[in-house]
Design a protein around this ligand. Sequence first.
Ligand SMILES: NC(=O)c1ccc[n+]([C@@H]2O[C@H](COP(=O)([O-])OP(=O)(O)OC[C@H]3O[C@@H](n4cnc5c(N)ncnc54)[C@H](OP(=O)(O)O)[C@@H]3O)[C@@H](O)[C@H]2O)c1
Length: 274
Amino acid sequence: MKKIVVITGASSGIGKALAIEYAKNGYHLSLCARNLTALQEVKKLCSNFGIQCEIFKADVSCKEECKNFIQFTIQKFQRMDILINNAGISMRALFNECDLEDFEKVMNVNFWGTVYCTKFSLPYIQESKGSIIGISSIAGYRGLPARSGYSASKFAMNGFLESLRTELLYSGVHVMTVAPGFTASNIRNTALDGKGKAQKESPLDENQIMSSEECAKRIYRAFQKKKRTLILTRQGKLTVFFNKLLPSWMDKKVYQHFENEPNSPLKNSKKSTN
Ligand SMILES: NC(=O)c1ccc[n+]([C@@H]2O[C@H](COP(=O)([O-])OP(=O)(O)OC[C@H]3O[C@@H](n4cnc5c(N)ncnc54)[C@H](OP(=O)(O)O)[C@@H]3O)[C@@H](O)[C@H]2O)c1
């Protein structure tokens, strides 16, 4: 029997690549995002692999929409095996300069979206003894300057998933936290600039970093091995390791790294302290 994987934020980037990866491996899909046109494209691609793909328009920051998405999935498939909490947005602004509404928005999508979808899915995942996967970030292990809301949301996700894994230790449910490093996607274009607007540019050369497809392949392999956590990219692994070992040295290193980005908001932070 084909298993059912539910993916939030599947219209772009890592979520879209995950949908294709699971379709290739014979899983049926239930996908959500806000952009239905983009989801229809993903459905077309995935359906080429001979699986059933259902799509649903939902904003994961809305509790009711998450509930409706999971109910829709159960109506279509009568079960679910894997939930991948992937939908996410980022930000790039100094805490001092960003609107609190943007901070809340990032928290609502990344953290609350994960909590809502997990809450409504849990009875079905317990029944199937399936998996709950959270796409967190290296920013959930190491606070990043000018991304305080993003880091806070990912630390919160990690804590939530770790608690849940422990609660479910003897239930047969697998819970995995994934921390991608820099991965080519749309996330930096849609990152909020602190004034409620998408920054519409990436400070990185997206061709020089891990592709979403590679990231999805590694997530799939880790899922098959029922890993507890997956930390991706060499830079990501080094960041997590050195942050445990030498946290104050890492403050300086991380500052330096983000100060050197094009149009870094940290340049303003130095100006305001001079
Ligand atoms: N790319 C990286 O470097 C990187 C690194 C570490 C972690 N991550 C994490 O990976 C996950 C996927 O991001 P990505 O890099 O693939 O970025 P992306 O290309 O921007 O994709 C984000 C996805 O989330 C969906 N989304 C955003 N807000 C949503 C909402 N309110 N409700 C439902 N869906 C929503 C978007 O769809 P719609 O706009 O259609 O709703 C889109 O499908 C995120 O959780 C991100 O934090 C990414």
